[in-house]
Design a protein around this ligand. Structure first.
Ligand SMILES: NC(=O)C1=CN([C@@H]2O[C@H](COP(=O)(O)OP(=O)(O)OC[C@H]3O[C@@H](n4cnc5c(N)ncnc54)[C@H](O)[C@@H]3O)[C@@H](O)[C@H]2O)C=CC1
Ligand SMILES: O=C(O)CCC(=O)C(=O)O
Length: 450
């Protein structure tokens, strides 16, 4: 006899009880459950097997002490984690975040999201995420190296090319990946693709640094085309000034759009003339090499203004791209963007919009490209880095760009297929949740109760 599906509220109540104080994790699960619930109502195989409940319980979480010595010879103690959420369709895969805001709730939400995102890529990648409450900002290279070596001294026993393949995220760029991979290699005495985001000299992939930002724009372009619109001539507002934000800005400019804001945790820069290639070169160097503050931009370029402690969502635009961090765009920001006539929101960061903001966007009927679809280009090229490492080959940038473009168009089409509304428009969030869920769920059904 087939069981009736429990109510969504009952499911969420249980989730909240089992995960007290983990607001980000509960938010991410609710956002998926909300869409999956109706879809599985007449599909007893999924709810009888408790598939969503199982995906929302990580396979395992490793938590460990990370001790390191600072330049003044003080012993520092931080906490590290790796959340291995689900490996139904491939080895756990997802970045490492080093930031003082990192805790178990944040990493569980990121690992949960990653499971659906990786499924959408069509590549054999499970979902995981990790990190530490260590902030590399303001630390010397030697301090960052000692921290990374200590972190890897525990992590190495839990990862490997067929088990779990970490990469970068906030606070973990090519410098950190270099220190982490060097220590992995020393401890295991093996050169193997146990991390992605490596530099080109030692097994990295062309286009990996650009992939998340470029991929987001390829997704946005496909969504605009579906609505018989395009990027050329559009004004874009972007938050963040890290890996994702800057490559998204670069691609938007090359597609004929005008990018008028970038930000960091101190505030945002508004340049009404737009960031051209020369201005972007300055910001790439400032943020990714010199690790400076966005406020320095106004000393260099006349006409631009710095808005301390504010986010850029009140600047009028056609396109808004939150590319900094979770919950950076709330309901009031969403209201302002809608009133100002934005036609599309494209999430470069993971879960940058609060639930209330997401609901506003979806109700307003504008194009809302959710993170798990729009920013999947980064992990997709990481998957291609794993393939290149396994085959001992390196592919050219042009080939990878063609593969990334086609992957992002496929993701767009899957979301459109599962998210089409009666009026022909697309609810991309619903489409991404259902398409991402289905592949993982079907693999789990094939394995039985494990
Ligand atoms: N690097 C990647 O390939 C991928 C990153 N993401 C997501 O994109 C987002 C950004 O990551 P990355 O660019 O890699 O990190 P990053 O460390 O290169 O840059 C983060 C940027 O956000 C800014 N920022 C941090 N908190 C902020 C705040 N409260 N307000 C305004 N700006 C703030 C920082 O100053 C920095 O410029 C994160 O949500 C990350 O999870 C998603 C997919 C892949
Ligand atoms: O390339 C990867 O494995 C990490 C990507 C990531 O962390 C993300 O998609 O949020």
């Amino acid at each position: 006899m087939s069981k009736t599906a429990p109510k969504l509220e009952t499911f969420m109540e249980g989730l909240r009880e089992r995960n007290p104080g983990q607001d980000e994790f509960v938010q991410a699960v609710h956002e998926v459950a909300h869409d999956i619930w109706g879809w599985i109502a007449d599909k007893p195989e999924y709810h009888e097997a408790e598939i969503l409940r199982r995906i929302a319980e990580p396979d395992r979480i490793v938590s460990f002490r990370v001790c390191w010595e600072d330049d003044e010879h003080n012993i520092r103690v931080e906490r590290g984690w790796r959340v291995q959420n689900n490996n139904a369709i491939g080895p756990y895969k997802g970045g490492l975040r080093f930031d003082e805001s990192v805790n178990e709730s944040v990493l569980k939400f990121l690992a949960f999201e990653q499971t659906f995102k990786n499924s959408l890529t069509g590549l054999p990648l499970g979902g995981g995420k990790g990190g530490a409450n260590f902030n590399p900002k303001g630390k010397s290279d030697a301090e960052v190296m000692r921290f990374c070596q200590s972190y890897m001294t525990e992590l190495f026993r839990h990862i490997g090319p067929h088990t779990d393949v970490p990469a970068g995220d906030i606070g973990v760029g090519s410098r950190e990946i270099g220190y982490l991979f060097g220590q992995y290699k020393r401890l295991t005495n093996r050169w193997e693709g146990a991390l992605t985001g490596k530099a080109l000299d030692y097994g990295g992939s062309e286009l990996r640094p650009e992939a998340t930002g470029y991929g987001a724009i390829y997704f946005l372009r496909a969504a605009l085309e579906q609505a018989k619109d395009g990027l050329d001539g559009k004004t874009a507002v972007i938050s963040g000034s890290g890996n994702v934000a800057l490559h998204a800005a670069r691609k938007l400019v090359s597609e004929g759009a005008k990018v008028v804001t970038l930000s960091d945790s101190d505030g945002y820069i508004h340049d009404p003339d737009g960031f051209d290639d020369a201005k972007l070169d300055f910001v790439f160097d400032l943020k990714l090499e010199r690790r400076g503050r966005m406020s320095e931009y106004v000393d260099q370029f006349k006409g631009a203004s710095f808005h301390e402690g504010e986010n850029p969502w009140n600047v009028a635009c056609d396109l808004a791209l939150p590319c900094a961090t979770q919950n950076e765009l709330d309901e009031n920001d969403a209201k302002t963007l809608i009133e100002n006539g934005a036609v599309a929101i494209c999430e470069g960061a993971n879960m940058p919009s609060t639930t209330a903001a997401t609901d506003r966007f979806r109700d307003a009927g504008l194009i809302f490209a959710p993170a798990k679809a729009a920013n999947a280009g980064g992990v997709a090229v990481s998957g291609l880095e794993m393939s290149q490492n396994a085959e001992r080959v390196s592919w050219e940038s042009e080939k990878l760009d063609r593969m990334l473009t086609s992957l992002m168009c496929d993701i767009h089409d899957k979301c459109a297929a599962y998210g089409e509304r009666d009026d022909g428009s697309v609810d991309y969030a619903r489409g991404a949740n259902i398409a991402g869920f289905k592949k993982v769920a079907d693999a789990m059904l094939a394995y039985g109760v494990v």
